[in-house]
Design a protein. Sequence first.
Length: 368
Amino acid sequence: MKKDKSNVLVYVVIFMVALGIGSVGMYYAIRYFKPLSQTVVNKLEKEVTVTDNGIADAVEKLYDAVVVVESYQNGTMVSSGSGFVYKTEGEKSYILTNNHVISGASEVKVKFTNNRTETVKVVGSDEYSDIGVLSIDKDKIIKVAEIGKAADTRLGDTAFVIGTPLASEYSWTVARGIISGKDRLVEVNASNSSVASWVMNVMQTDAAINSGNSGGPIANANGEVIGITNMKLVSSGVEGMGFAIPIEDAISIAESLIKGGKIERPMLGVGTLDVSNTDALIREYGISLSKNITEGAVVGYVQKGSPADKAGLEKGDVITKFGDYDIKSSSFLKYYLYKYNVGDKVEITFVRGTKTETKTITLSQTAE
């Protein structure tokens, strides 16, 4: 029994000594060493706080400025979309929408959030930018939208759209998302073609955009309009890829339409096809290219008296650069051409046979 007691005594002494050493060690650790977590916090450049109080106030701010746009032919409604009142000037208020919403209409009407419908005047529209402008007496509107800046948005910023997806019973539907991308150069096909016809510079969002949303606003968390919704990517397995025209671009076009009713752009005076469209090149123009040429716009014909004709371009030339811009296809040639003005002198680079040549071209609006 003594042996057992002595063993217990030894264990108790060892435990007490260990406890004492541990306590002393803890004291010095606390006194002389900084916690690891504090070191990590000190290295952070800034704190990120995530809060979500909803967007109801922002929606209310914009809601009554949004309208349903209805297009008629011979008294029959043929299509509908969305729009919003973007400014009042003098006795008139102006509504922005998409060109494809009102294209071909003999009459256009808009419906306000109080369910009142008014006939409006088509001030002008532009197919290439997909912008349409409508006007109405200022005493007939409910509210003017506040305009923000698409340029100030950042990836991940909250964004929401208001519009009329699918049918009128879903008018003024609100859908929320984020800004998913900026300055996307998207090739756009005409409705009856599988070949890209032009390029648009757009913002990308994952907010739900459907048929009928076209022409409606996309806004920031402050309820300020930053763009006009105009298309979505439709493909099997693709979700949440909608696009909007930056509001700065839209208003620039709208102001030109209000002043003159149309947009003046320079012409080059060539008909082109993509390098990749080999069958059409041979079938339509009898042009066969070297396999070393993989990108560019192939000249199928040159209009007599045009800027291209005066610069010496010929059938079969492959345009690879226009000014400072590399040309991947015919649609990109048109996109970069329209960045210039009538009267500008631009260097154009092309491949003729096996040689690369550069010439200066003076842009005009018509052939002479």
